[in-house]
Design a protein around this ligand. Structure first.
Ligand code: AGP
Length: 586
């Protein structure tokens, strides 16, 4: 939700623009840039995707100091007035902000009484108006003391050659290069510019130039931070012949699996798993949002089958309302691709405060969630750019499978190697032909039993987020308890069947749909006879694998179905409307 970048160095316009492209996954409602040369500001703003900003920018290939921002609107509509950067009343100070200022209305009221004028409706403009014309550390300290909420702030002034910054609950990093210095919401922006970076903590604030970095902690003490080496392998910038990142990333599931097999055999990783095994717990909670929550459900099914203790999977934003029994004996596993999801972070703090053993599974080892957990298990999927999560889901489930097997004392390498050989991404022609039909419907249901119901939930989320078709996932057995009222010839139902043991029951539920005129589509890994096949209007078959990996095998085709349907509707699957990749507001 919003990405910020600040840069001090040469070619400032083009380097900031590259940073914006890298941050676009955080929101693409509008973008903006301010450049300081001498004591002048030049500002660019545009609504819509980052590409819209490009034609407005006049490249000046000389040294400069600049800030840029890509917005996911929270307060105030999508307009130029609400576009960052925002300026102090005198116009000498400019800032970009990621986060939400909870007391902004109260602050705004006071500022209006003092005669300050507001151009837009954002909470961020309120911060800008809190600055006097002189930007210095005392002013910054004074302003941040007034703010309640989350913020990653980068601020420049016409009278200073530093970029000032402050962080609370929104990610912020400083990149250190030979010829430049940067600040950004995500260290992936530093690739090509810096070889090391500093992770800022909540409460940190300060300033930096090309020559020095001065950081104060929440107690107003100057602190020294050890820079970490930047890992270049994470970045995923090229489409490599694919039409969209989503399709590329679905196929990268296999690479993620290979990497996981390699790394999870290493001594270092086994040592980590051993530390986990030696913890004493009598309950397990798996916690995440959206797709990461669905991966948690798959993990829950693995763990319930393997252990004799209670295992619960919870939605991060709901956990605090549930009065759950979380204490020192609770193993709390937080799953998050980005490692920055605000709801998941809050749930993590909640469980930590109750004494829970807090462990994470993330794709970003530098992230806030990974930092706050006592152990982080990386999913090694490489950067996921498309908003719809695909390879991360696949890799999260694999890591959950490994954790389950390690704790149980069962080999995981051999089964994973076997699975790697049997991965089936589905037949493109069949999936495209189904997608072209599906694109004409307004609503779709997904049904399944046991793990197939979890797959139904994930497939349904994928379809709705990138095609805007209404879709819902139901346990097959539940239809007759109400939802079947919605079935008629205008409603396709996608039946997911990968478990032989419950196939007959699922088939009965499918027949109930057929009897009401619904269109039936089967996604299966099972060998079904011709008579059964005839009951369906469309059948997608993928190769059978061992039962534990069935949900991962079948989801690949379902992800591609969502992708091809979005393409058939002329939509951009990588940047669905109203969404952002990293959801850093609660
Ligand atoms: C998935 O396709 C979604 N875009 C979304 O549900 C996502 O999984 C969720 O916001 C959690 O993100 P995280 O894994 O980065 O925490």
């Amino acid at each position: 939700m919003c990405g910020i970048i600040g840069y001090i160095g040469g070619n400032v316009e083009s380097n900031l623009y590259l940073g914006l492209e890298r941050l676009e996954y955080r929101g693409y409602d509008s973008s903006g840039m301010v450049i300081k040369r001498g004591s002048n500001f030049t500002t660019y703003k545009a609504t819509g995707v980052v590409e819209k900003l490009k034609p407005t920018i006049k490249e000046v290939a000389t040294f400069g100091i600049g800030l840029a921002h890509t917005r996911w609107a929270t307060h105030g509509g999508i307009s130029i007035e609400n576009c960052h950067p925002h300026f102090s009343s005198c116009g000498d100070t400019a800032l970009v902000h990621n986060g939400i200022i909870e007391n902004y209305e109260e602050l705004k009221g006071d500022l209006i009484k003092k005669g300050k004028y507001f151009y837009g409706q954002t909470d961020s403009e309120v911060i800008a108006k809190l600055f006097d014309c002189k930007l210095n550390i005392n002013n910054l300290r004074r302003v941040r003391e007034k703010l309640i909420g989350s913020y990653a702030l980068a601020i420049i002034s016409k009278n200073s050659d530093y970029i000032y910054f402050a962080k609370n609950k929104s990610p912020l990093y400083i990149g250190l290069g030979n010829d430049c210095a940067l600040i950004a919401s995500d260290p992936s922006c530093f690739v090509g510019f810096a070889d090391s970076y500093i992770t800022l903590e909540d409460g940190d604030y300060g300033k930096f130039s090309k020559k020095e970095v001065i950081i104060y902690d929440k107690n107003n003490k100057i602190i020294k931070k050890q820079p970490e080496k930047l890992d270049f392998s994470f970045i995923n910038e090229e489409l490599s012949g694919y039409s969209h990142f989503m399709l590329k990333e679905i196929y990268q599931s296999r690479i993620a699996l290979e990497k996981i097999i390699e790394v999870y055999q290493s001594y270092a990783m086994k040592e980590k798993l051993e530390i986990l095994k030696n913890k004493e717990f009598d309950r397990i909670y798996l916690i995440g949002c959206g797709t990461a929550y669905h991966a948690g459900l798959i993990g829950e099914s693995y763990m319930r089958d393997a252990f004799n203790i209670d295992v619960f999977c919870e939605i991060a934003s709901e956990i605090i309302y549930k009065n759950l029994n979380i204490d020192e004996k609770s193993l709390c596993i937080f799953i998050s691709q980005s490692g920055e999801t605000a709801d998941t972070l809050s749930a993590l703090e909640y469980c930590k405060n109750r004494g829970g053993i807090v462990v994470s599974i993330t794709n970003t080892e530098y992230s806030s969630i990974a930092h706050k957990a006592i152990l982080n298990f990386p999913i090694l999927a490489g950067q996921e750019k498309a908003v719809a999560s695909t390879k991360a889901y696949f890799a999260q489930c694999i890591v959950l499978y490994i954790i389950t097997n390690y704790l149980k004392g069962i080999d995981y390498i051999f089964p994973l190697q076997n699975f790697k050989r049997q991965i089936d991404f589905g037949d493109d022609n069949i999936l495209k032909s189904l997608a072209s039909k599906l694109a004409n419907f307004e609503k779709v249901f997904f049904i399944g039993r046991k793990r197939d119901y979890i797959t139904a939930k994930e497939a349904s989320l994928k379809l709705k987020e990138i095609t805007y078709i209404f879709s819902s996932a139901e346990p097959s057995g539940e239809l007759k308890h109400g939802v079947i009222a919605l079935i008629d010839k205008t409603v396709p139902v996608i039946v997911i069947a990968t478990d032989e043991k419950v196939f007959n029951k699922t088939l009965n539920n499918a027949c109930e749909i057929k009897a009401r005129g619904g269109k039936l589509i089967l996604f299966t890994t099972l060998n079904i006879d011709n008579e059964i096949e005839k009951a369906f209007d469309f059948v997608v078959k993928v190769n059978k694998v061992s039962q534990a990996f069935m949900p991962l095998q079948i989801i690949l085709s379902l992800q591609k179905l969502a992708y091809f349907t979005a393409v058939a509707k002329g939509l951009d699957p990588d940047k669905p409307r109203n969404l952002a990749k990293s959801v850093t507001v609660e």
